[in-house]
Design a protein around this ligand. Sequence first.
Ligand SMILES: *Cc1c(COP(=O)(O)O)cnc(C)c1O
Length: 367
Amino acid sequence: MARNLIAQVDLSAIRHNYQLARAQAPQARAVAIIKADAYGHGAIQVARSLESEADAFGVAAIEEALELRDAGITRPVLLLEGFFETEELPLIQQHNLWTALHSIEQLEKLEAYLERHPDSRGLHVWLKIDSGMHRLGIEPALAAGALQRLQALPAVEKLVVMSHFACADEPQRPHTERQLQQIDKAVAGHSVDLSLCNSAGVMHWPQAHQQWLRPGIMLYGASPFTEPQTVASRLRPGMTLTTEIIAVRDVQAGESVGYGASWVAEKPTRIGTLAVGYADGYSRHAPSGTPVWLNGRRTALAGRVSMDMSTIDLSLHPEAKPGDQVELWGANVTVNEVADWCGTIPYTLLSGLTRRVKRRYTDDQPF
Ligand SMILES: *Cc1c(COP(=O)(O)O)cnc(C)c1O
C-alpha cells in the first residue's frame, strides 16, 4: 500500500467559485489566475475544467503558459509579469499569449523588437501601472505617454490597463481608494479597458470591477480575508487534503511527543501518528493545537510537525486506529483556519504542497 496522503481537487467547486467571481460583476470578463500550478491544484486540470467558461488564464511567466499550450489549452493566457527577455516575444505571438508590460524598459524592448519585425500583428498588451503598491508597473504620470506609444504600434491589437491593490483584503484601510484615484488620473481622457481586481477586489470592491477581473485564491475556495465575508461564505473548497493514521500509542503523563519534546502530556494520552509532514507542504509552523478532522469530529496536533509525519491527540477519539482518514484541510477544517494557526495565509499552504502529495480529481459534471 502506498502512502495515503492525497489532495483531492474538486473541479466542480473551482468552476462554482469561478462563476461566483463572475457573478460579482456580470458585465466584466475574468482572467482565471492559475499561476503556481493553479495554487497547487494542478494548472492543466484546472484549465481544462474551466476552459469553456474562463475568458482567459493568468500565469506568472511564459514557462507556465507553454505548459498549458503543450497540454492543448487554447484559451488566451496572460503573462502577469510580461516577458523577461526579448526572445520570448516570438513565442508570445506564436502561442497567442497576452503580455503585461510593466516598465519603460519592457516597452523599449517591445518597440525595438517590432522595428525588426514590422509585420507583427495581433499583440494583446496589458500595460501595468504602479498606482501605489510599488512592486511592478510604470508611474501613473508616464501612463499617458506609454499608452500613446503602444497605440502607435500596428502590432498592438488590444490594450488593457492593469494595476494591483496592496490592501484590497483590508477594507478599512485607505490604500485601495487612494490607488483608485491614482488610476483615474493615469487613464483620464483615454478610453481603455481596465483590470484592477484580485480576489479581494472582486469580493469587496465593486467600484473597482471595471472590464476585467483577475480572481485567483477565491477560485480555490479560500478567502483572501481574515474576517468572515459574505462572498467568502459561498465559496466551495477546491481541495481536501487527507492522510491516515499510521500508528497509535499511549503516552504517560509527563511524557513528551516529537522533536524538541515541545508537547508534554498533562494526563495519559493516546497519540496518533499521521503520514504528513513539512516535506509535503504541511507547514512546520502548524503548532500544537492546529485542528484536524477525524471521524466526524475535530482534534488537534500534539507535538511538532516533522518532515514526513505529524502527531495528533486522540484523547477524544478512543475508537481511532491505524488506517483512519484524517482531513488536514477541506470542508471541515478550512485552509484559512490552518493558515491562521500557522501565522500565514492560505496561498502559501496551497501553493506549497509538494510533488509528493498525490492529486486526485473529482468532477460532478465530467465532460
Ligand atoms: C496572483 C495575482 C492575482 C490573483 O490574486 P488573488 O489574491 O489570488 O486573487 C491577480 N493579479 C495579479 C497581477 C497577480 O499576480
